[in-house]
Design a protein around this ligand. Sequence first.
Ligand SMILES: [Zn+2]
Length: 322
Amino acid sequence: MIALLITFWYIAVPVALIVVLAFVLPRIIRTIRKNRYFASEEFLAKKAELAAVVAEHNEVAAYTSEIRGGAKFQLGVSSTGTTSYLASFENTSAHKYRRDRNVASYQAPNVHNCSLQVVRNASADPIKYLMKYFGIKADEATLGDVENLGDAIARLEAAVANLHQREAGITASIKPPAFILNHYSDEFMGHVGVELSPITVPYPVYAFEYVSAGGNSSQRSTVTLNTPTIDALVGTMSQKIKFNKSAAGQRALMTARLRALIKTRDQHTCRYCSVSLAAEPHLLLEVDHVIPVSKGGMTTEDNLQTLCWRCNRTKSNKIFAV
Ligand SMILES: [Zn+2]
């Protein structure tokens, strides 16, 4: 190889030069331009101007991780495989007959191992099968758990979307050159002081799985507990529940529709501090129980109010402190 290079140096040298010119040089130039941009007075002035906006973004990011950490993103568990850890499984077939391409997912609480018929029925009627095989009972306490999960998902979705809006707003006010956004978008946010949040919404996923005896085939139906699924589950459960007297007739169902209704009723304005979406376009608003469910408050329209994230955060900190 080296001998070849030496013999054909008159080809090798220009080729190496072309490689340097085409690939390495543009990167070096881009790095120099980038460093110059981040040190420029124009950038530093805009950064200083937006310091308060960035600080608030980072506070919302911290709040988002509080929502993520404070809620349980799990509902029922499968009854199959709960003691499977006590046994060990081995396919002892002779090599040419081994068909363990598909192995059942025992020990996974969100996977129900079942017959092919159940897998198919579950895909046709997911809510019914979810309740039946993952132990989600139609009673008031479980309905409360499902509504809490729906609330946590809605709050986290709104907070994550709000962070993205704020980040887009910050980028739009600084207007960095296109090459910065194309090649250094994360670095740009870092220089501005924005703490990017890696949080996504951990939707619980439940699966019905059939694996044939020989491991030759497997089929699966999957149900993701996102807002539409949770709202459907809340609806089905409430129809089955015979509510006790204090709840009967007046209890509302905590769904996306009700949350939207409360925000509209309150004109997208915080009931504590009166800040509104009209005055603050990136305002994160939440629907709160006036008397918390944990203190006997019910989901009724007059026990629900719109609060901005700051007031809701302060309120829940006070409740935890008591
Ligand atoms: Zn407020």
